[in-house]
Write a protein that binds this ligand. Sequence first.
Ligand code: PEP
Ligand code: MG
Length: 542
Amino acid sequence: MTHRIKVKGKIAVGGKALGVIYEKQKKDISPSAETGHGEEERLRFYGAVSHVKAILEQVYRESEERVGREESEIFLIHGLILEDEDFLSAAEKALEKGHTAEYAVIAARDYAVDALRATEDPLLLSRCDDLFDLASRLISELTEEDGTVYPEEDFLYYATDLTPGEVMALDESRCVGILLRKGSLRSHAAILAGALSLPLLVEVGEFSAQEETPVLLDGETGEVILFPSDEEFEAFRLWQKEKEEEKKRQRVFRDVRFHYPSGRGLLISANAGSLEECERAREVGAEGVGLFRSEFLFMEREDAPSEEEQLSLYRRVLALAFPHRAVIRTFDLGADKVPGWYPMAKEINPALGLRGVRLALCDPALFDPQLRALLRASLDGSLVILLPMVTSPDEVRAVRERLEALTKVLASEGHAVGQYSLGVMIETPAAALMAEELCEVSEYLSIGTNDLLQYTLAIDREHPALSHLADPRHPAMRRLIERTVNAAHEKGVAVGICGEIAGDTALTKELLTFGADTLSVSVSKVPAVKEAVAKHLASDGK
Ligand code: PEP
Ligand code: MG
């Protein structure tokens, strides 16, 4: 049977890939409750724990080198689970009853999974995957077989779900893309796959393919095509060639600088959430970091980052952006970004709740170390401290007062503070309508069209059924962007656009009509945006 079949999924990581299907066979890790040999099983269990810990440290080091620290921290967390008292005592109970080491692993895993499930907290629930990942590592260690033999040709990995450990293992193989029956768009695994440029579709559901079946993953349409037609094969080869040529062509624009006919300059800078992205931004010719999402430093860890940890990160971000500026946004926590460790009260409508600068102003114990770190880092480059989710100039004034007070404290402690600017994100209709007043209390405006769109059109930015209505060309959006840019320029304040639309080359021509001073786009989009801008604006400095 060789007929063409098409299934559809959701795009977690874009791109295209062609390969045979490798379907993951879940190893049966449900050992029977048979009795083992007492002390011998205890030794086996702890031996496996300590060996897996060592492996995890090694995987962490390799992963850190490959995709960066934040994306790799999950492996450190797995190591911590192996030291967790409750996890170990659940295993110990099984061992005391005389069960095997394998059984003790499953008992500990199930105990921890039940505890997470009982919380009903979606963030903690997502940790269950980590426990399954960890348990299968321990079982593999005990049974001394990994059981995974990947194909020796290009393949698409097809599984129900994916753990971060599995993504890193795939990186060593000839995996060219990933298809998940379930999966989630923003899982750790998806972040890692993105960092490794592995196209990933989630929610593709069930289909069956023989081992040799050629399959095309189209991460531009979200389609999976079994037995692609000759034309589709051809189209894929052409796409690959075009991608190569596109890369070559776009390299020409790496060092160009743009200006509008009025003489006003336009910077193409990068949005980043990690140092690795800042490094790549520099390599592809981004003119500084136009949005550094600092909240990622606060996620996927056990507690808040210290002032010193933040200081060293911000210093490096500033150095990588230099001689351009680094616009570091204070943590935009709340709504869909609540770290597991943060005691956030349940909100009925979190997107309209305690988020961004609102949360920061309510929690000085969390906010002050970040502000102190930013103030201390300000000596190392050209810094804009950007505030998220602002709706009133009072919020900006409150932060400025806090910055001034902290500057005095720092001086009394012998810490110098350099120059910095304060910027405001325009993400709410209120902020856009108050742009003039916000310019009086700040030195930079950055239009965050992702949230501006959600709050203006009243469409949840993650809502799957309404995405077709979330049109960034909506006249209401146009008006808000236009008035923000005009207000800023009348007040002599620089203004940028940093939402996803800034990186959409189909919109570049239209966006340039606003006359913003910066377009800040995701790192992978910098070359294409520079190429698109070059079609419309004069440039120099090749
Ligand atoms: C935005 O809202 O447009 C933005 C850039 O911020 P984030 O996507 O991080 O909310
Ligand atoms: Mg936003």
